[in-house]
Write a new protein. Structure first.
Ligand code: SF4
Length: 658
């Protein structure tokens, strides 16, 4: 029942127009610690797109609370006028806006604070083993004062309320949990004593900010560590705060520092991951509103949670990063027009984990709204005839954007399907969301009347005759012949490659490879190309041995936090990992595997060899166009190496420029 999702919800003095929140996450866009124009464009676009509530990323309340370099300044009134621009703008769209704040306790950057991080009992961080020291009572008082001061700063900035972050084992949770709180003063020991920090803080804060100001609390459940905070403990804590009216809503996410991949779950995890916990919290509270977070992707997911009573509202972050107009499209019954997030974490968490501002693989406008005026494009001044050759991600995006701007676009695709290599990736286990994205492109191209020519291998002379005003080449790449030189740093090329039973990862994903039982996969960079192929083969019952020069399997996808759960799945299926190693010779029925650490070689039997190597640019068409003097522009994997985010970004840029 989607209607329930759009029923207003009153929290304290504000009525949200719907149940959809763009929840707190570190967009990491500040400049010199101040909210930036990038922030303004980013949050405005989600308000314009219909979110009922926006929670702006956390402000660290004190110098010891800082987690990343691009966060807001701690404890500084200089942020106020900059936040004011954001809150005023968001309010213009009827969206409630909340400011998050945190102290991460033991996980703070101790070096940044010029002393050990602060925590209840001086335990090192679970995050990085950095040291912390047990807070004195004076430091507890200082921290409480800083929280209250930040709440007043948020009020002066025009926020409708604030959200305290206890989630992912931040300082508040560190006080709640007997694991991290081993104090024997009034802040530790008994349950009531462990609640004293948040109780004092919230009571003083309410007194300072007055009645007309929302106070929320963000928590997360980490199933892997019930000793630290089990769901039952979370229930007890939430019920205790609810009875005392200490906050107005609680937002329930998943994961923690021991189970990091569940904080921002990739496609390896099921949908609606946090709803089960939100439901348990909702069962024990009487007054506070409950929000579910974590992998709620589609309007159906969201509507189910709200209408079945699991939660009062939902936080959809990546869904609204991928499509800022998610809420309005859902409201207008246009779910099929929502550009789907593919739960890849490549450009959101993947960039944040490197301390860059966040963007999105499927929506390069994310973070660039202030430059590109959001996600709706200005019509072209002069409609042109545009020919795009190649229907992979770069070509699809260029064609879509050019057509949306009013150009007359033809897309020539060599095969009978769109998607190129991206489609092959979508055929790996659990990567269906990539196929959903390709389907979305297909629908958008139809809506914008792009002429699609399938099975169309256009030659240079045909392209010349077509007389387009702009020719965009996005013909992608081909399996590499020289990739071995990169894959095998110890040997110039692999002897025995011509001895048969050798296939490319593309052959496997196209289901064209004729493989024996025991298969060696050369996983060049240890990314999805090799890992997804190995997973597929293991699922099909092959005995799989992965050989990679990387230090560990999934090394290239480590920053998406998918590597650990991926390794665990491969291992459960019996895949054997040979890391820091290369295949130095193929024998047709086995391989010599050489360690790159000590050059030790070992021969192992195998029926087939699969090469998951970086591809090479397919330059056949561009060479011919150049020779024929036909003007053209090249994007995507035709300039290999390109990963999908770069291909889509190049498609977007050219679609806007043409
Ligand atoms: Fe979703 Fe990937 Fe975009 Fe992140 S980068 S919002 S996971 S599509």
């Amino acid at each position: 029942d989607h209607a329930k999702l759009f029923q207003p919800l009153t929290i304290r003095h504000k009525t949200l127009k719907n149940r959809i929140t763009f929840g707190a996450h570190t967009a990491n866009m500040s400049i010199d610690g101040l909210p930036s124009e990038r922030h303004l464009g980013y949050y405005r676009e989600r308000a314009r797109g219909g979110a009922g509530m926006i929670v702006v990323e956390p402000v660290p309340v004190h110098q010891t609370a800082v987690l990343t370099g691009r966060q807001f300044r701690a404890g500084d009134d200089a942020v106020i006028p900059h936040f004011r621009k954001i809150t005023d703008t968001v309010h213009e769209y009827g969206t409630v806006i909340i400011g998050q704040m945190f102290h991460v306790g033991a996980h703070g950057d101790w070096d940044n604070s010029f002393e050990a991080s602060w925590s209840p009992s001086g335990l090192p961080s679970m995050h990085d083993s950095d040291v912390s020291h047990a807070m004195t009572e004076a430091e507890i008082e200082t921290t409480i004062d800083c929280f209250v001061a930040q709440a007043l700063r948020a009020k002066a900035s025009g926020f409708d309320g604030i959200e305290m972050m206890a989630a992912y084992n931040a300082l508040i949770e560190q006080f709640w949990s007997p694991y991290s709180n081993r104090r024997d003063d009034k802040y530790g020991g008994s349950f009531a004593n462990r609640m004293r920090f948040s109780e004092t803080l919230l009571t003083r804060m309410r007194k300072a900010v007055g009645e007309d100001f929302i106070i929320g609390m963000a928590i997360s459940v980490d199933d892997s560590q019930p000793d630290i905070m089990s769901i039952e403990m979370h229930q007890e804590v939430a019920a205790w705060h609810d009875e005392r009216g200490l906050y107005d809503y609680v937002s329930c996410g998943t994961g923690g520092y021991y189970d990091f991949p569940r904080i921002i779950p990739t496609f390896l995890y099921e949908d609606k991951l946090g709803a089960q916990y939100a439901e348990k919290i909702r069962q024990v509270v009487k007054h506070v509103k409950v929000q579910a977070e974590s992998h709620i992707r589609t309007p159906d997911n969201a509507a189910y949670i709200v209408s079945s009573g699991q939660a009062d509202m939902v936080s959809i972050v990546r869904g609204q990063i991928a499509d800022p107009h998610w809420a309005n499209k859902a409201k207008d019954d246009r779910a099929e027009d929502i550009r789907p997030c593919i739960s890849c974490n490549q450009m959101c968490w993947g960039r944040r984990s490197r301390d860059y501002w966040i963007s999105c693989l499927v929506n390069p406008s994310s973070g660039r709204e202030f430059q590109w005026e959001g996600d709706t494009f200005k019509p072209a001044e002069q409609p042109k005839k545009v020919l795009v050759i190649g229907g992979g991600p770069a070509g699809l995006e260029a064609a879509r954007v050019a057509a949306e701007r009013g150009h007359s676009v033809t897309l020539a695709e060599a095969t009978d399907k769109l998607g190129g290599q991206f489609r092959l990736a979508g055929m790996q286990p659990r990567r269906q969301q990539i196929l959903d994205l390709i389907d979305w492109y297909e629908r958008q191209l139809q809506q914008h009347q792009v002429q699609i020519r399938y099975n169309s291998l256009m030659e240079a002379d045909e392209i010349g005759d077509f007389a387009a005003d702009a020719v965009i080449v996005a013909t992608g790449s081909l399996p590499s012949a020289t990739g071995f030189q990169r894959a095998l740093p110890m040997v110039a090329q692999m002897p025995g490659i011509d001895r048969g039973n050798v296939w490319s990862a593309e052959d496997v994903m196209r289901r064209e490879a004729k493989l024996g039982k025991r298969v060696i996969v050369i996983d060049e960079g240890s990314n999805w190309r090799g890992c997804g192929t190995a997973w597929h083969l293991a699922e099909k019952g092959h005995e799989v041995i992965m050989v990679t020069p990387a230090t560990y399997i999934g090394q290239e996808i480590q920053r998406t936090s998918a590597d650990w759960p991926l390794r665990s799945r491969l291992k459960k299926m019996g895949v054997v990992f040979r890391t820091e190693a290369v295949v130095s010779e193929w024998h047709g029925n086995g391989a010599t595997i050489t360690s790159i650490l000590d050059n030790e070689a070992e021969r192992i039997a195998a029926d087939s060899l699969v090469l998951a190597l970086a591809n090479e640019a397919n330059t056949a068409l561009t060479d011919a166009l150049r020779a024929g003097g036909i003007a053209h522009q090249v994007i995507g994997d035709s300039l290999a190496p390109r990963h999908a985010p770069a291909a889509i970004l190049e498609g977007r840029r050219l679609g806007l420029a043409v």
